[in-house]
Design a protein around this ligand. Structure first.
Ligand code: MN
Ligand code: MN
Length: 323
């Protein structure tokens, strides 16, 4: 066996040792395959086989793991200590053996997450393109539909594109059809950009989702968006899906479908901090595409947002344990 560091106790604590040292797991958490050792399972989903424009998000989990190693143990704004509140573990990547078949890849992802969820572990994932949220929801919402806070430049409630109904522009229309989402408890925040069809996101409105577009966000601010999110999802089970393209491209250039005029990182962070105490069942950060990134800014903002989401989930875990 190789000897452990002997001079400083904190060198054996992954969150205390120098941040540039060691294998970069998510937030420098212990890596494990043992689901009995985890309350929150961080998972990479390196899949970008369902994109309609620029690819590269298969490299997202590694870039976010690397930049997440910059995060420390305490959320200075809220005081939350996620690694004290819950056993946070890096479960590694969801293996995708059939990347050339969207259906097969999605089936593999769903099977992986069903194992995680059956063990009572709450998943927090990093994609990957946004199509991966559908198979994750097939596991998380297998027993009952859930609500969702969805932050994105796009509603992702589209339909057939070039012969496929399953791509990164459709996870949430399919999720409603499959009974995984209760659309009346879904809010979509940050929507903007051009469309090819005046009804491109009509599914959202017809199914009863609350669409809080970027103009409304810009007029009324992050506080109002958070209040609306709390009102829409209520106290039932809720999933949080964060598409990095919701941020302004100046702060998140490394993504496949950038849209100008987006949310500022500080607005996203403060909005997320205003969502404490909800009944979270999991979350994801998707669409970070390192090949298009500049100076790791997208991966850094992504990792920072991921930490805020982790804090929310860890508080939910802690509250459930205390009951
Ligand atoms: Mn999306
Ligand atoms: Mn998007």
């Amino acid at each position: 066996m190789i000897k452990k560091p002997a001079h400083y106790e904190e060198m054996n604590d992954p969150q205390a040792r120098p941040r540039y040292m060691g294998i970069p797991t998510f937030f420098r958490c212990p890596a494990t395959q043992d689901l009995n050792d985890a309350d929150i399972g961080m998972v990479g989903v390196p899949y970008d086989g369902a994109v309609t424009n620029r690819n590269g998000t298969r490299h997202g989990p590694r870039a976010v793991r690397d930049l997440s190693s910059l995060m420390r143990r305490i959320n200075a704004a809220t005081g939350i200590q996620p690694f004290e509140a819950a056993r946070v573990r890096d479960l590694g990547d969801c293996w995708i053996e059939f990347p050339f078949s969207v259906d097969k890849a999605h089936a593999e992802i769903a099977a992986f997450y069903k194992t995680v969820v059956a063990a009572g572990v709450m998943p927090l994932s990093v994609g990957g393109d946004h199509s991966v949220s559908l198979p994750i929801l097939r596991a998380v919402a297998e027993k009952r539909p859930v609500g969702m806070i969805h932050i994105d430049a796009h509603c992702d409630t589209g339909d057939d594109y070039l012969g496929s109904r399953f791509h990164h522009g459709t996870p949430f229309s399919r999720a409603v059809e499959e009974g995984l989402l209760d659309p009346k408890r879904v809010i979509q925040i940050g929507i903007r950009g051009t469309t090819n069809d005046p009804d491109m996101w009509g599914f959202s409105l017809r199914s009863g989702m609350r669409v809080l577009g970027m103009d409304e966000f810009h007029d009324k601010g992050w506080r109002y968006a958070a209040e609306e999110a709390r009102r829409v999802v209520g106290d039932g089970p809720v999933y949080l899906s964060y598409d990095i393209d919701s941020l302004d491209p100046a702060q998140a250039p490394g993504t496949g479908t950038p849209e100008a005029g987006g949310i500022q990182a500080i607005e996203a962070i403060r909005m997320l901090r205003s969502l404490r105490g909800l009944n979270f069942v999991g979350g994801d950060l998707v669409e970070v595409s390192p090949p298009y990134d500049v100076g790791d800014i997208t991966a850094l903002n992504g990792a920072t947002i991921l930490f805020e989401i982790l804090c929310l989930l860890a508080e939910t875990v802690q509250a459930r344990k205390a009951r």
